[in-house]
Design a protein around this ligand. Structure first.
Ligand SMILES: Cc1cc2nc3c(=O)[nH]c(=O)nc-3n(C[C@H](O)[C@H](O)[C@H](O)COP(=O)(O)OP(=O)(O)OC[C@H]3O[C@@H](n4cnc5c(N)ncnc54)[C@H](O)[C@@H]3O)c2cc1C
Length: 470
């Protein structure tokens, strides 16, 4: 069984019922593989459109056991990714998707209210910061672009606002986007599972896909059964990398998260009175947010990568990363240096070359549909992913199925093994050295800057860090 995040332990402590695994063969209209946010939103969309359509979800662990129940709980828009999004989708469609990504955050909040999902949804905003001098203005190119379109949601923070709102004096600059929320992601995933079940989706947990049948009548083979379906939706996110079709387009990369004991008075005294999300602009991004019970949850992205497509449970327990994350928390918030870290966990996030998710059908197997690659920003956008995948699975011709994100440009492919693994390690090590040089306000080695520039996109645009040549 995968290691459980604090979020899932909290969500499961109230009610834990693992749904039975698939035993025997069945036929259905649409079979979704993967019970994270993408799979669950897709299933809910299909059932809401037409309750008579048969929908099955196969989940190898429990719903939310993947990245969906392990993330930082930032429920973001696509505004910080505007440059890539507009480049790929074009002006008009890009603007529509940016607006939809803002609506998605609000819609998730409303959906949770309507369906009594108590996932601690708080619309307290996000601060995009610079935690060293070369990161200052990392957001400027994005803001200039959004300004021209009349869409800029970012407010520049002065030094006092910045330290008061982030709880740290280490940030050198920052902008605030008020339309971002935080959630308790484990409770959101388990709540969506309940709603999907109530809508008639048949969910099998502890049921991994062992083989994908890529024929005109597609199917999925599991340990004790087989599902035949008109359409199959692969909602595997990082685990898509295990399929040969996606090995060179989506890179799983671990992130590690810790949660302190509840220290509400200490957070209040630092100015962290709400649940505002904060992240900086480095390659190994720091991201943190308070919880409603006064814990500080802190994560660092850009960790380990898998070798030769083998992901498995490799990213579940990277406890050696816990010390690195705890030391970042203490460096940014020295008054929390004696605060006990109660939980730590890791999970697989994804990187794609353009920093955006990809959707489409497998070449030569049109009825096998996929959606993955949210690059550290999937809690909000997977709501849109669910609309896109449902529209394709239902054969609808609309703005979702015909979005340029569907079968869009793949961008630079990852190299084959062993170059991907060795190259990935070199790029990561160089990126760490570039971040460290920037922290000391020294110039990174030219080779390091070059290697770091080869890495795939991160949470925020990499090329926008001035002087860094990343
Ligand atoms: C530590 C961490 C922190 C993050 N922080 C944030 C954040 O704060 N904000 C944000 O927006 N995004 C964040 N992300 C990314 C975000 O969590 C993901 O983009 C999002 O959860 C993707 O949802 P998904 O349903 O596509 O993938 P997942 O939730 O990973 O779902 C895929 C599912 O497929 C299942 N599966 C895999 N293989 C098989 C198989 N063979 N058969 C059946 N099932 C299978 C897995 O068990 C899993 O449940 C973070 C990710 C990590 C790892």
């Amino acid at each position: 069984m995968a290691s459980r995040s604090f979020w899932l332990q909290q969500a499961l402590s109230t009610k834990y019922d693992m749904l039975p695994s698939l035993q025997g063969d069945l036929k259905t209209d649409i079979c979704i593989v993967g019970g994270g946010f993408t799979g669950l939103w897709t299933a809910i969309n299909i059932k809401q459109f037409d309750p008579s359509i048969g929908v099955v979800i196969l989940e190898k662990d429990i719903c939310g056991g993947g990245a969906s129940g392990r993330n930082g709980g930032f429920c973001m828009t696509w505004m910080s990714k505007a440059i890539s999004l507009l480049k790929i989708t074009g002006g008009q469609e890009g603007v529509r998707l940016l607006r939809e990504s803002e609506n998605a955050v609000k819609d998730i909040g409303q959906f949770c209210l309507d369906h009594k999902i108590d996932c601690q949804f708080r619309l307290d905003g996000w601060i995009w910061t610079a935690s060293n001098d070369p990161q200052i203005d990392a957001w400027q190119e994005t803001i200039d672009k959004l300004d021209k379109l009349g869409l800029n949601p970012y407010e520049l923070l002065d030094d006092n606002q910045l330290s008061a709102m982030t709880g740290s004096t280490l940030h050198k600059g920052g902008v605030f986007e008020k339309g971002v929320a935080t959630v308790q992601p484990g409770m959101l995933a388990r709540g969506l599972r309940r709603v999907a079940s109530d809508l008639g989706v048949r969910i099998f947990e502890n049921t991994g896909m062992l083989e994908l049948v890529r024929q005109t009548s597609p199917g999925v083979v599991t340990k004790n059964g087989r599902v035949r379906a008109e359409s199959i939706v692969l909602a595997l996110n990082a685990w898509a990398h295990e399929l040969p079709e996606f090995r060179r387009t989506v890179l799983p990369i671990s992130a590690t998260v810790i949660a302190t004991k509840p220290v509400p008075e200490k957070l209040d005294s630092l100015g962290m009175t709400g649940c505002t999300a904060v992240s900086d602009s480095r390659f190994l991004v720091n991201f943190y947010r308070p919880t409603i019970d006064g814990r500080l949850v802190w994560g660092i992205g850009g960790g380990t990568i898998p070798f030769a497509g083998r992901l498995g449970t490799r990213f579940d327990n990277l406890i050696q990363q816990k010390a690195t994350v705890a030391s970042a928390l203490r460096r940014f918030c020295p008054t929390l240096k004696d605060t006990e870290v109660e939980y730590s966990w890791s999970g697989p996030a994804t990187r794609t070359s353009n920093g955006l998710p990809m959707f489409g059908s497998l070449p030569g197997a049109e009825r096998i549909i996929f959606g993955h690659g949210y690059v550290g920003n999937g809690v909000g956008p997977s709501y849109l992913g669910g609309k896109i995948l449902a529209a394709i699975a239902l054969d609808q011709k609309n703005e979702w199925s015909e979005s340029p994100l569907v079968n869009g440009p793949i961008g630079r492919r990852l190299p084959p093994e062993p170059f991907r693994f060795i190259g990935g390690k070199l790029v990561r090590a160089a990126s760490i050295r570039v971040d460290q040089a920037h922290d000391k306000n020294t110039k990174p080695a030219r080779l390091d800057s070059f290697l770091a520039s080869l890495g795939p996109s991160s949470l925020t645009p990499r090329n926008s860090v001035p002087n860094s040549k990343r």
